[in-house]
Write a protein that binds this ligand. Sequence first.
Ligand code: ZN
Ligand code: ZN
Length: 304
Amino acid sequence: MSGQTPQFGDLSIGKAAADEFVRLPRYPALFEIRAARMKTLAAANPAAGFLGLMVRVFSAQADASLLAGEVVPPSAEAIARAREHAMPPIATDSWVPTATYRAALRFIAANISRDGLPQATIDVLAGLGEAPDEHLDNLARAHLESAIPPHWQGEAIFAVAALQVEFARIASLLPKEAIKPLDAPGLCPCCGSPPVAGVVVADHAFGRRFLSCGLCSTSWHYVRVACITCGTEKDVAYQEIEGGDGVAKCESCDDCRTYSKIFYQQKNMAVEALCDDLATLSLDLMVNNAGWKRHAPNPFVPVI
Ligand SMILES: [Zn+2]
Ligand SMILES: [Zn+2]
């Protein structure tokens, strides 16, 4: 293991911070925050075209999140029942496509600025605008079941964006104190999806790692120096781009041969798990080429 022993254990962390398990999504502000962060990251990135599209997607999500529409959070009884069975309260496999999801997807497809986009993307957006409910629902189900056929991948990005709006909104309404770790602590305790990455925070919970859900945007505490896939603490190492700024590292595990990314707020307070993950695909390539497999895809990059 190269040089990532926890350095903060001897600092006095308040009990509230030490006990903090979950941070529910800041709905709807999170989408504006992402659009701003992505804009900064895109400016100096070789993948500026793709990241620029993501700026537009996040901005459209921010606007879609202001649309009126009904979401029904689970009742206290349903949350208690889920806990009894070690299930997440808004499990994706029990989600039923809703009118608010479809409205968000159609809104996003209609409102993304076409200026300078490739014609293929413009055609995908136009197609989504005219697609029947059934097709939009099938896109959502295919994403949630990790079974998107190759010819749907162009559309799936926008379906993911609409699903994120819906799930973040419901997650933001959950009672924080009722959210507990799952038996698989590397999965989101609200919806059961895998995280996109982790952030070692530098706020009141200084030095603690929070994983960030790729679907509902909940963050939850996960101990440092432990593989998020298999939990081992023994065979974990850290890798980064040589000469980099230390903001992004990969935590690789020699036990299960997977890796996940960690971003360090201490190096840059603006880091945001989803955006910084998308802006560091060169790190994925490096670690993939060295023989580790990513723990789970970024929902906007299903092929990595
Ligand atoms: Zn989640
Ligand atoms: Zn592992």
